[in-house]
Design a protein around this ligand. Structure first.
Ligand code: ADP
Length: 624
């Protein structure tokens, strides 16, 4: 079978997504490969498809037990022979699995990195035919990332002791240059094809809300989005507990997760979430790695995270099925303080002394960028994409800021005064002094420093402090100024050349406050938009059927069929096996297991509702 046939037969998809075919092609040429793709882009298929085409076994190194268990379940469901070997199995189960693997029972074996040091596994690997070693979540090899796992460093030793070098393929969603270089160097990838796909996740709608009553916002959001699965991230365990109580008391189907809970509770709560028994999860950032629940419709950040990397990864857990989903960040000034506190108390006991200062500076910089996201008045999507090094063209018209009503004020003249003032400080002072000077504040500190004698002293006394702060934030974002990352964080001159052009304008947006509810409107359509009322009814019935099967088989519902697949069923209303195989996400094995049940359910529905129109091509509303 060729790659396209495998995609259709096992996974039920008609075409590859961006980057997938290139990755598969590279691997099949026998070349090492590194894919940097955002969460939800479909990395797994990039190694699963070639694993089926290569002669021997593919070993996938994956950092989390829950992740590998899920993947193996999904593969087995798709009719692919795969297994995992990790500490959740007993010694005798491991021996048995390895013996079966040696006999060629599995095409794909998932292992935790620690396993590579086990003599039993090394022995197995030296006897078996390994075609490929795949490193999932490859950024765990980099000490610069948040998720550094020392055991990832063992991978290269393991590979070098194999009788024949297999193809190495690595996958990550972390895009920064230093992490990419670390992966290539430390894994010793040979002339790798590095494939970086776009970081834009078009189905995600980003919003930042500045507010005090965050709890009320969350309650209202969960109330108005029943039947939707979501994750609410809080910065601290205490916040998780409080918010959980608040929602639980109101009868919402919520659960919680943080490192303060016992292992059994964590496992139970995570499963309740994955199996949609309690579809709303409130958690610290301890939750989520390895969760590939595809129908998460919203991720709300109750507090600002510490970096854009964290934010993008956590928010990216929404909408893995490609359906429109919301990523909402609730910002308050205290968030910055909480994060500064957390960073000050970060544990550096395992970090070499010479690296501590560097890491602190990086952390401070990341926090600044994150704060910038919360405060920017420009397009949120572009802010993210720019940070990850992507070119952007115009505002996205699909984020909270793009949909907000605003006024644009020309502050070119004021911007020039800010530059003058920073020049006069010779880059020695921070934001407070610069602001005070420009506003002409009567402060002893300014007298002491002598800034009251500057030309810029009081030059902008007609502006409000808030306006000036917004202006300076914008100038930092635009690169006219920058803030040093040491403890004193002084303002320095950046690239001011654009301002030398007479026609160049510095425009500042100020928002008119509108009702948050009105801003929730998104411009993208959901696939469910093409369903009529009857279509919805059928969709609900199919979901119910899926839940019943999931419970019988102790399987997460989305592994049986994703929401997207069920919606496609309602749109196509298949009447036969052939038509069912045309539904996106229905492969041969899944059809064999479940196809008939779903066909029967659709048939029954049609008998009961002979005149129902289930879907409409152009997505008009059914008013009947
Ligand atoms: P990642 O590991 O990059 O976060 P996954 O491999 O979990 O993403 O894939 C995300 C979702 O996209 C899964 O539900 C997967 O089945 C689906 N998917 C992957 N490739 C395709 C494709 N070519 N067509 C349609 N859906 C796809």
């Amino acid at each position: 079978m060729n790659a396209n046939e495998i995609l259709k037969q096992y996974f039920g998809y008609d075409s590859f997504r961006e980057g997938q075919e290139q990755m598969i092609h590279t691997i099949m040429e026998g070349r090492d490969a590194l894919a940097i793709m955002p969460t939800g882009a479909g990395k797994s298929i990039c190694y699963q498809v070639p694993a089926l085409m290569l002669p021997g076994i593919t070993v996938v190194i994956s950092p989390l037990i829950s992740l590998m268990q899920d993947q193996v379940k999904a593969l087995n469901e798709a009719g692919i022979h795969a297994a995992f070997i990790n500490s959740s199995l007993s010694e005798s189960q491991i021996t048995k699995a390895l013996a079966m693997a040696e006999q060629g029972a599995y095409k794909i074996i998932y292992v935790a990195p620690e396993r590579l040091e086990s003599p039993q596994f090394v022995q197995f690997a030296s006897r078996a035919e390994l075609s490929m070693v795949t490193v999932d979540e490859a950024h765990c090899i980099s000490q610069w990332g948040q998720d550094f796992r020392p055991s990832y460093l063992k991978i290269i030793e393991f590979v070098s002791h194999l009788p024949e070098r297999p193809i190495l393929s690595a996958f990550t969603a972390t895009a920064t240059e230093e992490v990419k270089n670390d992966i290539v160097c430390i894994l010793n990838l040979k002339n790798p094809n590095v494939i970086v796909t776009g970081f834009d996740r078009e189905n995600l709608y980003y919003r930042v809300e500045h507010m005090k009553g965050k709890g009320d916002f969350v309650v209202e959001y969960v109330r108005t989005h029943p039947n939707e699965s979501g994750i609410i991230y809080c910065a601290t365990r205490k916040n998780v507990d409080t918010l959980y109580e608040q929602l639980f008391k109101k009868g919402f189907p919520v659960t919680k997760y943080h490192a303060g809970l016992g292992q059994a509770d964590r496992k139970k709560n995570q499963d309740d979430f994955i199996y949609d028994r309690t579809p709303v999860m409130i958690a610290t950032n301890a939750f989520g790695m390895g969760i590939d629940k595809s129908n998460v419709r919203y991720v709300i950040h109750y507090n600002m995270p510490q970096s854009m990397e964290n934010y993008y990864q956590e928010a990216g857990r929404a909408g893995r099925d490609g359906e429109p989903s919301q990523c909402i960040l609730l910002f308050s000034v205290q968030d910055v303080m909480i994060n500064k506190f957390l960073l000050e108390h970060k544990d550096f006991s395992e970090v070499p002394d010479e690296d501590v200062e560097l890491i602190k500076q990086r952390d401070a910089h990341r926090l600044q960028v994150m704060e910038g996201y919360c405060k920017t008045t420009g397009c949120l999507r572009n802010y993210i994409l720019k940070y990850f090094g992507e070119k952007t063209v115009g505002a996205c018209d699909h984020c909270g800021n793009c949909h907000r009503k605003y006024q644009e004020t020309d502050m070119t003249k004021e911007a020039k005064w800010v530059i003058n003032c920073v020049a006069e400080t010779k880059g020695r002072y921070g934001l407070t002094v610069v602001l005070g000077t420009l506003l002409g504040a009567n402060r002893a500190r300014l007298k002491e420093l002598g800034t009251i004698h500057y030309k810029s002293y009081g030059a902008l006394k007609d502006c409000s402090e808030a306006e000036l702060r917004t202006l300076i934030s914008q100038m930092l974002l635009d690169g006219y100024l920058y803030q040093t990352e040491d403890r004193y964080s002084v303002l320095r001159m950046g690239d001011i050349s654009p301002l030398k052009d007479e026609n160049h304008r510095v425009l500042i947006r100020t928002y008119e406050e509108t009702e948050p509810a009105r801003r929730q409107k998104t411009s993208r359509k959901r696939s469910t938009d093409s369903l009529t009322r009857a279509g919805y009814e059928l969709f609900e019935q199919l979901r119910q059927l899926r839940l019943t099967i999931a419970r019988e088989e102790a399987m997460p519902p989305y592994i049986i069929f994703s929401d997207k697949t069920l919606i496609d069923m309602c749109a196509k209303v298949p009447q036969s096996k052939e038509e069912m195989l045309n539904v996106s996400g229905v492969g041969a094995a899944k059809f064999q297991k479940y196809g008939q049940k779903f066909l029967d359910e659709i048939h029954t529905y049609q008998l009961q509702h002979p005149n129902a129109i289930i879907s409409m091509q152009d997505g008009e509303d059914d008013e009947s």
